[in-house]
Write a protein that binds this ligand. Structure first.
Ligand SMILES: Cc1cc2nc3c(=O)[nH]c(=O)nc-3n(C[C@H](O)[C@H](O)[C@H](O)COP(=O)(O)OP(=O)(O)OC[C@H]3O[C@@H](n4cnc5c(N)ncnc54)[C@H](O)[C@@H]3O)c2cc1C
Length: 417
């Protein structure tokens, strides 16, 4: 591996400048750094902070981490290996069980972990490449162009303007991407009506080993173990109500949650202040293009999607893998042109758009506050329980291994008695 070590000069030119040190940006930097490319990542946050939430690493994400030699290491960190997801009607019966063991091994499970564990593992690996430099508290401002070609970016580091020289900029700066804006790309950002309160609480004794999802009329509660001792919990609220909800005591929310599953009452006593609760709004991003000459967008900056598909982070990883290969080939051929970056977009756009559509469909049904629609949703869940072949197709899609959402015949079939 051709590794070049970096000097401490923060404005030293790099082969690639990545804006945003989330999952997509760090993974792309790692692959490029391991391949000997010099990379500068700019991240506006001062440091990685543990947040009160967990996240599902789906089989497609696990496959990527495994191929990069990171999965075994990740498994030594606090994480929970889940096989089954049980769906329950709030105040009623169990509707359906989705079982990842129907997938071919070895990636026939999900790993539920807190995002900072995976990100800190990536940061540790980045150091070892000797080719990647991370500038924190550095906020992207604008692209620098000469004769319509990218020559760098301008940013503000700790209140001080800096310029970084490069011929390739990657926007990995999340849903509200400033890089996307600077590219002048037409895009549509849809804010969903519902967001989620998230918490990590002690795992109640006797809480079953599987992940649990409760759906009701305008109510959703998810319970995912994130380690032997912790449970990640997310509770849906109307985004418009968030400001008002946080004026109340946090006990009002924990009491509403404990009503859904009384086994949580004791664990929820550990949540005594809003500081222990995260709020996650949900948005979908549709961008007309993801690439231009010398620039590409990845992850949420290109295509944020509804979290019901639990694929956003995993898709950011898929982007990083495909884009890294395109970049390496481009540099190897002497010059990376805009048309080469297009190949990344051509490969990644179709599966991402299928997942975005599926996320929207699930949102209409799962989040509904209308009793007839909730009845319809419950029938679908129960139909899936009766039809293992449909369930398997859904698991394959959610797993990211084979993205083929339910078709019209599947829908009809789940309605048959
Ligand atoms: C409630 C909820 C639950 C979810 N659950 C899951 C799940 O279970 N599984 C899953 O796969 N996905 C899940 N997701 C989606 C997932 O969190 C995102 O898709 C993923 O974090 C996207 O990664 P990213 O690297 O593209 O962007 P981000 O994680 O948003 O990272 C962007 C980074 O860019 C930085 N940045 C932003 N602007 C600038 C700037 N101007 N200059 C410098 N840096 C900047 C930010 O500080 C941040 O560090 C969920 C989302 C929500 C809302």
């Amino acid at each position: 591996m051709n590794q070049r070590s970096r000097t401490s000069n923060p404005t030293e030119p790099a082969d690639v400048v990545i804006v945003g040190g989330g999952m997509g940006g760090l993974l792309l930097a790692l692959i490029l750094g391991r391949g000997g490319r010099t990379v500068t990542i700019i991240e506006r946050q001062p440091k990685l902070q543990p947040i009160a939430r967990g996240e599902l690493l789906q089989p497609n994400g696990l496959r990527i981490l495994d191929r990069l030699g990171l999965l075994d290491r990740l498994k030594t960190l606090p994480a929970y290996r889940a096989h089954r997801f049980d769906f329950h009607r709030i105040g009623g019966r169990k509707l359906c069980t989705v079982d990842y063991r129907t997938l071919p091994p070895p990636w026939n499970y999900t790993l539920i972990t807190r995002p900072h564990h995976l990100l800190s593992l990536l940061l540790e690996q980045l150091e070892q490449t000797g080719c990647v430099r991370l500038l924190t508290e550095t906020d992207f401002q604008e692209l620098l162009l000469q004769h319509n070609r990218i020559i760098g970016i301008r940013a503000v580091q700790n209140g001080r303007p800096i310029e970084l020289r490069t011929s390739l900029v990657i926007g990995s700066d999340g849903s509200y991407s400033k890089v996307r804006q600077a590219m002048g790309i037409r895009s549509h950002l849809h804010a969903y009506r519902e967001g989620y309160l998230t918490m990590v609480v002690p795992r109640p004794p006797g809480f079953s080993n599987d992940a649990r999802y409760y759906v009701g009329c305008g109510q959703i509660l998810g319970l995912f173990p994130v380690s032997d001792s912790e449970l990640y919990l997310f509770y849906m609220i109307r985004a418009a109500d968030w400001e008002e909800i946080k004026q109340r005591r946090v006990a009002a929310v924990t009491a509403a949650i404990a009503e859904i599953d009384t086994a949580l009452a004791e664990s929820l006593r550990s949540v005594t202040s809003w500081d222990q609760v995260g709020y996650m709004p949900c948005v979908r991003v549709r961008a007309e293009r993801w690439t231009a000459n010398g620039i590409a967008l990845i992850g949420d900056a290109a295509h944020a999607m509804n979290p019901h598909v639990a694929q956003g982070r995993n898709q950011a990883m898929e982007d990083a893998v495909v884009l890294a290969e395109v970049i390496q080939n481009g540099f190897a051929s002497g010059a990376l042109r805009g048309t080469q970056l297009n190949r990344y977009e051509q490969e990644r756009r179709p599966p991402v758009e299928r997942l975005q559509r599926m996320g929207d469909e699930l949102t209409v049904l799962w989040n509904t506050a209308l009793p007839p629609l909730a009845w319809f949703r419950d029938r679908i869940f129960e139909g899936m329980e009766r039809h293992p072949e449909v369930r398997e197709r859904v698991v394959k899609t959610i797993s990211g291994l084979e993205i083929r959402p339910m078709g019209i015949f599947d829908r009809l079939r789940v309605f048959m008695p």
